[in-house]
Write a protein that binds this ligand. Structure first.
Ligand code: PLP
Length: 462
């Protein structure tokens, strides 16, 4: 073993070789030294375990190829493009909504150029970064004004901290939701320093339950949309307009966390209906919060819309500065909202709505092309079929609703072979993320953004 260790080159020797110097010119001294050190350290471990030199040290040139490979790998971004064939269109783990093209362009401009973010070009003076969004939300929903923060969780936190610190918030037991990723309404209440007053029961809450809980320390009445679950059977909840009436009697605002918050009625597109922001305002709710990257189809953001005076108070809370969005997000969000001003073109231009509304016949044609491609790159031990599938919106919108879709399914007698195939899919330079169900791999076309790119990626399986 000692003899093997003695064959290891020193860092200096690697750096001073002509190939080493070429690498230093290309990547800089520190990065090359760092990679050489790590490589030699790993080589020592390899010798200890295997009692031989690693392959790249046996051949003289191979070590430099290995160093260069590692240096290139180091600068490759790991948040890389994947093909979403899960059938869940707004997939939180895969980044939720894909931005519309106009939103991408607006964001790109904001990234590389100075923009009029907090500058009123007409008045020639400072303005507020949320003004553009506020004006658009006013046009689209009738809300008096809006405030934008990092995400909807932040929106809920800001509303609670601003209006209910040290006070009580009344909420139905049927609405104490957990969204996942540690967002639980009771925990957010505690973070914001307010006291949660639960009323009613899990399945039924009545207006009198709210009424009986009101006292001089009540800050507001809260509704939370049960976005990721459904309570069925003997149930009852209090509608917003009833809460609003009660709130008026006691001079208490009604605040609603809508979650996904559709800005357009999805049933127009034959999709499962999700309550719209406009419908909630029509019931008289004072403030509504919703996400930017769920059904709205834009960047991650939380939008709070409603009464001007309440929005003004939110804007001046110190937490708003902590939670505010940057220029890239605001530019992308503005461009996304502008698409809603031309509703007839929305399903064509808003990517997530486009995916959700693709006709099944179109998905069928895509499935045929995908199946043909898979048959050409995989050997015949796999049996492939085109099958009817059910996709879903995702991100807690209509958790029980299924949208008709088409999938290519891959079956194989041995489940080990299927697992190995999934691994091969994941190792592609743009990996395929699929769904596994009933011992088959399901490649659902409803959530796929780019078939041509997928077909090209599959060539690597050859
Ligand atoms: C998704 C959701 C949230 C959290 O929104 P993010 O934008 O993911 O932070 C909060 N409340 C409800 C009801 C939701 O559906």
């Amino acid at each position: 073993m000692t003899a093997l260790f003695q064959q290891l080159p020193s860092v200096d020797k690697l750096l001073n070789a002509s190939q080493g110097q070429q690498l230093t010119t290309k990547f800089g001294h520190s990065a090359v030294v760092g990679v050489c050190r790590a490589l030699l350290q790993q080589s020592r471990q390899f010798i200890q375990q295997n009692r031989r030199l690693p392959d790249f040290l046996i051949q003289d040139q191979a070590v430099f190829a290995e160093i260069e490979r590692r240096l290139l790998q180091q600068s490759r971004v790991q948040i890389k493009s994947v093909h979403n064939l899960t059938g869940t269109v707004l997939h939180t783990n895969l980044g939720r909504a894909l931005w519309a093209e106009s939103a991408q362009r607006a964001a790109l401009t904001a990234m590389g150029e100075n923009v009029a973010l907090e500058y009123d070009l007409e008045a020639g003076k400072r303005s507020h970064r949320d003004n553009y969004i506020s004006e658009l939300i006013h046009q689209l929903t009738g809300a008096e004004a809006a405030c934008v923060v990092n995400n909807n969780a932040a929106a809920v936190l800001l509303m609670l901290a601003t209006f209910a610190q040290g006070k009580e918030v009344i909420i139905s037991r049927g609405e104490l939701i957990e969204i996942g990723g540690a967002f639980r309404i009771p925990d957010i209440m505690a973070q914001a320093g307010c006291k949660l007053v639960e009323v009613g029961t899990t399945n039924r809450t009545h207006l009198t339950d709210y009424r009986n809980a009101i006292n001089e320390n009540t800050a507001f009445l809260m509704k939370v949309h049960s976005s990721n679950y459904q309570i069925c059977g003997f149930t009852g909840e209090v509608a917003e307009h009833q809460l609003v009436e009660l709130g008026r009697e006691f001079n208490l605002p009604v605040i609603s966390d809508l979650g996904s918050g559709a800005l357009t009625d999805l049933s127009r597109y034959n999709l499962p209906k999700e309550p719209t922001v406009q419908e909630k305002f029509a019931q008289g709710v004072d403030l509504i919060s919703f996400s930017g990257d769920k059904l709205l189809g834009g960047p991650q953001a939380g939008i709070i819309a409603g009464k001007r005076e309440l929005i003004r108070q939110l804007q001046s809370h110190p937490l708003k500065r902590v939670l505010r969005c940057d220029k890239v997000i605001l530019a992308g969000l503005e461009a996304t909202l502008r698409l809603y001003l031309q509703p007839e073109k929305l399903a064509e231009k808003l990517t997530s709505l486009h995916l959700l509304t693709q006709p099944v016949e179109q998905l069928q044609r895509q499935a045929e092309r995908l199946k043909a491609k898979l048959e050409s790159v995989l050997n015949d031990e796999f049996s492939m079929q085109i099958e009817a599938s059910s996709a879903q919106i995702g991100s807690g919108s209509q958790p029980m609703a299924r949208i008709p879709s088409v999938a290519v399914t891959i079956a194989e007698k041995s489940s080990q072979k299927l697992t190995a195939l999934l691994t091969r899919f994941k190792r592609l330079s743009s990996p395929i993320i699929a769904r596994v169900e009933n011992n088959k791999i399901w490649l659902d076309l409803r959530s796929l953004a780019d078939l041509e790119k997928l077909l090209t990626a599959l060539d690597e399986l050859n």
